[in-house]
Design a protein around this ligand. Structure first.
Ligand code: FES
Length: 98
């Protein structure tokens, strides 16, 4: 049995603080991909949450991760740091380079 859904994933608003560049941030897409699609040049390397090349800081908003222990400490998470290569948005957000 198959099920079909007409529901589209939510698309949130992203903003890069330094430049004021806006980007669409679909709930089912990693932030790094969303920024790249908008032409934002964001550093990336491993794309699996271990090297921290892509680290950024959320000034507003929250993200979720597909892996249980992304390469961030609890303190970094608390302070809004995130790894866009593996982070999916949970709502509108404002991010800056760390
Ligand atoms: S690119 Fe390596 S942690 Fe994001």
């Amino acid at each position: 049995m198959t099920t079909e859904s007409n529901q589209q994933p939510a698309v949130f608003k992203g903003l890069l603080q330094e430049t004021g560049s806006a980007f669409a941030a679909p709930a089912d897409q990693r932030l790094f991909a969303s920024m790249r699609q908008a032409g934002i040049d964001w550093p990336v390397s491993c794309r699996n949450g271990t090297c921290r090349t892509c680290i950024g800081q959320l000034l507003e908003g929250q993200v979720a991760y597909d892996i249980p222990w992304p390469g961030l400490s609890l303190e970094e998470k608390r302070d809004g740091y995130c790894l866009p290569c593996i982070a999916r948005p949970l709502g509108d957000l404002v991010i800056q380079r760390a």
